[in-house]
Design a binder for this molecule. Sequence first.
Ligand SMILES: Cc1ncc(COP(=O)(O)O)c(C=O)c1O
Length: 479
Amino acid sequence: MNDVARGTSSNDNNLEMIPKTYKTNYGEFIGIGGNGNLWVEDCDVEELADKFGSPLLIISESQFRYGYRKFRDAFRRRYQGEVEVLFANKSNNSLALRHIMNQEGAGGDCFGVNEMYIALLAGTNPKTLVLNGSNKQTEELEMAISNGLCINIDAMDELDRIDEICQSLEKNADIGIRLALDLDPLADKYGVAMHGPGTLKEQSDSTKWGMTREQTVEIVKRALDMPHINLKETHFHLSRMTNEVGPFAVMAREMLTWSGYIAEHTGWVPPCVDIGGGWTFGKWYGTGPNSQIDDDSAPTVEDYADHISAAIEDEAGKLSLPIPKLRIEPGRILSGPIGVAVGTVGAVKENGTKKWVNLDLSTNHLSWAAILDWYYHAVPVEDTARDGSEIVDLVGPLCNSDELGKHRKMPPLKRGDRVAFLDAGGYVESQAARYNAQCLPATILVCGATAEVTTEREQLRDVSGRFRVPPRLLGASFA
Ligand SMILES: Cc1ncc(COP(=O)(O)O)c(C=O)c1O
């Protein structure tokens, strides 16, 4: 086992990890290897696809640990208060990844009863988990209260429902409140229209999330009188996909402005602010809509840490508030760069003006490609650096246009060749669909030279097994 593999298989989350040097690096642990093929850690992707089948999702464990530590350390080095990183499980809710996050000491953001269950199943310390959601079910609240998660309130009746469950279970509950920040300084700022048209403020105002200042004050006042309720934090998530760090600093500052307002009206000073996810990552080759979002102009984690810390510390100083604990819920910045989605070329078709390369991967698997056909950077798996001499549309087999990547520069591709989409570790497996009764791919986890299945390839029985035919129809069909 080489140094990289030794380092990453250790539970010592302070161990320094040494990035690998490839002929071309696409990440610290993903790149073009000595034989010209795409490699994930010490594994040739072509060999992985031969062994585990296609289509295939490949995750680099070292890249995951490395990205997490980099993010955590940037904030811990810079911020004056305590910092807790809560991995946004929704971005990749694989059980194996949750185990890795546990080993690293990371908490988690859970949406819904199943994400919470998976995190608990992996043995995550419930005190490092938060439950977010705009319409929490009773079963969900019961599970959170029984296990001691912090519940971020996002509806006026939620406090009473939590209190009632606490009384019947004879338990106390930790709660936070999701805020509907005003974000006035973002009234003229635009992000990427992935979440709809309008400025960042308009987009934020138009979503269902969060409680107004008055509602927040009312919830806090009532919670302070409830013996079973422990007020823990305020919460916000700015999911507007922008390459600018400024909007995040605006958001972080306003969290503190609201802390001042809440303190003034209730006497309770939020001891912790949870500022959610939305963090971008930078790649020299660019990904995201028109390759403009996760490109190398994206803020570094140090930029984020600097601006966020400065904004919070400055506003706390102005309002004479203590520096709160900072919770952050990064998703795609941690999970995106760890994954490679591999497909195999089937039919190649031309009409004189246009060429389509069909793959067995689809927009069922890479669902963001369905709305943003430039989202993922695609490379051939074999002889990866070959010059792209052709412009082709990479398409999947579904009955819609199934465009995975339009107008891509590729070398000539033929049946049996493989194509990889980079930075496909976040919101791929967790958002996959089954249109056309297509089975979902397997996922393997690579650590050094070791590759293991972490999600089994779906079988037809998994797709059709839930179907039931009413007996009255059976008779007629087989008559
Ligand atoms: C509450 C919350 N936290 C964190 C995240 C993670 O966002 P991202 O993956 O963009 O970092 C999300 C994403 O929807 C979210 O809703």
